[in-house]
Ligand binder design. Structure first.
Ligand SMILES: Cc1ncc(COP(=O)(O)O)c(C=O)c1O
Length: 429
């Protein structure tokens, strides 16, 4: 589509920017409130039933809600095993611990994720090594991952950001070449498909989150999935404060158990999960289609083989050169005034976080576990300039996945184009 077509085809009412006193494209009345977690009567009944049953903890019943959900979730994702936890962070931490990764070892991961990704590595006192991002997909850049491998690298933890697949084909090839494990951080990626398989089935092991904002949710919860029976038994043992199914205290493990109320909530919402997944895909693919020929807002690059996705977020690259070079914050102000739910997502990469400074670089415990030479190299190689640009200027998250329908998505698009048409006025904001 050419710029002229965009001008002709748009339907944007008053063309004066709302932030300058015009009427917004999406009025407050039309705007849906932020989507709450999915709730239906079955879920409420399931909680009541569990409350009355007196079976509240997973160890009270081998056929309770948690054990049953584990079977169902493994089936849904397509792995032999599933072990639930109390959070996605705990799931990833159990993966690291079960793989025997600890002090002296290194895990390469993305600097652009929820803090749970980083916490999972830090808990085991392994060194979290950040590789930089691809600027179009916001996923780990495999070439930078390979550059950062050392003799102590034990795992790569790619994050499927926004629920879309990381470049797993390349990452898996690198991992196999260097004999390194892959822990998929699939915390945002329920039911996402890549090259005909579900995410969570491609690496050696994977972690999911069921925190309240996720597509499958129980407030706080998580799951590890995998096919390696021995490894998954270790995950169970770690999760169960180090005590194996045989009742022996065998490993270092915190208590990461999911409770039966969480199991009941999860189990009872599985029925409609495919329908909700389909709706998110319809919305997001429709919006990607609309934005296809508009160069100012470019949807997240997807790798070949990406199938249906969780679309936990709908991320785009904001191209300021098409908006009179105004910073993203100015564009966001104007777009939000038009009634669009939009933001920048993660404010800053892990490589800039205080915990790295306090515990690894300055006075922290990492000095007891890693040589001065390694920590000096770590400091020198910490910068991730692409991630900085992604955080500071590039990423634009739009409230698309749960939008109430195509008409509403058309309005989001119209609002973007309205701001574009008024780009000469943005500098004054
Ligand atoms: C990519 C990613 N990793 C890890 C986590 C941590 O999961 P949880 O919040 O359930 O501990 C999240 C949660 O949002 C996430 O999005």
């Amino acid at each position: 589509m050419k710029t002229n077509d965009i001008l002709i085809n748009s339907n944007r009412g008053s063309n004066k920017l709302a932030i300058l006193g015009g009427s917004p494209v999406i009025s407050n009345l039309m705007r849906p409130s932020a989507p709450p977690p999915y709730v239906d009567d079955k879920m409420v009944e399931a909680i009541v039933k569990t409350t009355k049953s007196g079976i509240w903890c997973r160890i009270q019943s081998a056929t309770g809600t948690v054990a049953t959900f584990e079977k169902e979730y493994a089936n849904l994702i397509g792995t032999k095993h599933c072990v639930t936890t109390g959070a996605g962070t705990q799931a990833l931490s159990a993966c690291v611990e079960a793989l025997g990764i600890g002090a002296g070892d290194e895990v390469i991961t993305s600097p652009y994720s929820d803090i749970g990704t980083l916490s999972a590595v830090l808990f085991s006192r392994a060194l979290p090594v950040f590789a930089d991002l691809d600027r179009e997909s916001f996923q780990l850049d495999p070439a930078d991952v390979e550059r950062r491998i050392t003799e102590n690298t034990k795992a790569i933890m790619p994050v499927h950001i926004a629920g879309n697949p990381a470049n797993l084909e390349k990452i898996m090839a690198i991992a196999r070449k260097h004999n390194i494990k892959v822990i998929e951080d699939a915390c945002q990626a329920h039911l996402t498909e890549y090259q005909g398989k579900k995410l969570g089935t491609i690496g050696d092991i994977a972690g999911f989150s069921f925190q309240a904002s996720k597509n499958i949710a129980c407030g706080e919860g998580g799951a590890v999935v995998g096919n390696d029976t021995e490894l998954m038994e270790k995950v169970y043992t770690v999760m169960n404060h180090g005590t194996s199914r045989k009742g022996k205290h065998e490993l270092i493990g915190p208590k990461y158990r999911m409770n039966e109320f969480e199991g009941a909530l999860l189990l009872s919402q599985l029925e409609g999960v495919h329908e909700r997944h389909k709706r998110r895909n319809e919305n997001c693919w429709y919006m990607r289609g609309k934005l296809r020929d508009f160069p100012g807002v470019v949807p997240q690059k997807l790798y070949e083989g990406t199938g249906s996705s969780s679309w936990w977020l709908f991320l785009n690259a904001y191209r300021k050169e098409h908006f009179n070079n105004v910073p993203r914050a100015t564009f966001l102000k104007a777009l939000s005034a038009e009634g669009v739910s939009a933001g920048g997502y993660i404010g800053s990469g892990f490589h800039k976080s205080e915990v790295i400074k306090n515990h690894i670089l300055d006075l922290g415990v990492y000095k007891k576990m890693y040589s001065p030479a390694r920590l000096n190299k770590y400091r020198d190689e910490l910068p991730c300039p692409n991630c900085d640009d992604v955080c500071d200027e590039l990423v634009l998250s739009l409230g698309v996945a749960t939008a109430p329908g195509k008409e509403y998505l058309d309005k989001i698009y119209d609002a973007i184009i309205k701001v574009y048409e008024n780009r000469d006025k943005l500098r004054s904001l």
